[in-house]
Design a protein around this ligand. Structure first.
Ligand SMILES: O=C(O)C(=O)C[C@]1(C(=O)O)C=C[C@@H](O)C=C1
Length: 239
C-alpha cells in the first residue's frame, strides 16, 4: 500500500477538502450553512498557502474517524481532542490549543459542582452529546451520575438553563463561549483547571508524513507570528 500524498493532490486540484462536525464553537460551527470559527479561518489560510480553496464535508462526532479513514476529506478539524484511540487510526498535527473537560452549570451552582466527586453522584443530572470525548468522559468517569443523552450538541445548553439537567461536562473552550453567550445564567467551572486535560489537533491521513510536516510547519509559523493567538482571540471571548 502506497502512502497518501495529500500535499501533491491539493496543489494539483487546488481544492482542500475539510471534514468538520460543525457543532462546536469556537472551533467550527455551522452558521446558516457557512462553517465559521478558529479552525475555518486557519483552513482558509492553509488552503491559500497551496493556491487552493476549501470545500467542507460535514461529518459528526460519531462518524468522524470512519469518514476520515474512508477518505472523504484531506484533513479533519472542528475541535478534535488528540487521543491515543484516534491516533491508532490516523495521524494528528501538532496541538494548537490547550483544552480539557470543564463543567457548564447554572451560575448559582458553581460551588456545588467543582470536582468529579461532587458530580459523579446518582442525584446529579448530567447530559452529553453522542460520539465524542464528552460521551466517553460521562460514561467512564461520571458513571454514577444520572446521564441523559442529547442527540445534538447545540440544544444541550438550553436543557441546563431550563433546569432539565444540572451539569454538562464539555471542553473548556466551549464552556467559555457558552458562559459568555449566557452571561450570569451559565457558568464555566474552573476552565483554567480542567477535570481532565486535552489538546486539540487536526487529523492527517495515516502514513502521510509529508502533509503532516507541511501542516505542522504552517501551525508553527502561525504560532511564532502571533497570528494563532489572534485567531483564537477573535472567536474565544475572554471576559
Ligand atoms: O470528541 C472530541 O474530541 C471533542 O472534543 C468534541 C466534543 C466532544 O467531546 O463530544 C467536545 C465539545 C463539543 O461539545 C462537541 C464535541
Amino acid at each position: 500500500q502506497t502512502s497518501p500524498d495529500t500535499l501533491t493532490k491539493v496543489l494539483e486540484t487546488k481544492e482542500l477538502v475539510v471534514c468538520s462536525p460543525g457543532d462546536y464553537k469556537p472551533f467550527s460551527f455551522d452558521n446558516n450553512g457557512k462553517f465559521e470559527g478558529v479552525d475555518n479561518d486557519l483552513m482558509d489560510k492553509l488552503a491559500q498557502s497551496m493556491g487552493a480553496k476549501v470545500t467542507i464535508v460535514k461529518t459528526t462526532w460519531k462518524t468522524l474517524m470512519d469518514d476520515f479513514t474512508a477518505n472523504k476529506c484531506d484533513i479533519a478539524v472542528g475541535g478534535i481532542s488528540i487521543t491515543l484511540e484516534r491516533q491508532q487510526k490516523a495521524l494528528f498535527t501538532e496541538p494548537y490549543f490547550i483544552n480539557g473537560k470543564t463543567p457548564i452549570v447554572r451560575c448559582e451552582n458553581v460551588d456545588k459542582y467543582q470536582t468529579v466527586e461532587q458530580i459523579n453522584r446518582p442525584e446529579v443530572r448530567i447530559i452529553a452529546n453522542p460520539g465524542g470525548s464528552n460521551e466517553k468522559y460521562a460514561r467512564n468517569e461520571l458513571s454514577n451520575a444520572n446521564l441523559t443523552m442529547n442527540a445534538e450538541n447545540l440544544t444541550i445548553f438550553q436543557q441546563v438553563i431550563d433546569k432539565k439537567v444540572d451539569v454538562f461536562v464539555s471542553e473548556a473552550a466551549e464552556a467559555i463561549v457558552k458562559a459568555h453567550e449566557h452571561k450570569g445564567v451559565l457558568c464555566a467551572v474552573n476552565p483554567d483547571k480542567p477535570l481532565k486535560p486535552a489538546q486539540n489537533g487536526w487529523l492527517i491521513h495515516n502514513g502521510d508524513y509529508r502533509f503532516k510536516s507541511y501542516v505542522d510547519q504552517f501551525l508553527h509559523l502561525e504560532k511564532m507570528s502571533g497570528n494563532l493567538d489572534k485567531t483564537i482571540n477573535k472567536w474565544l471571548p475572554r471576559d
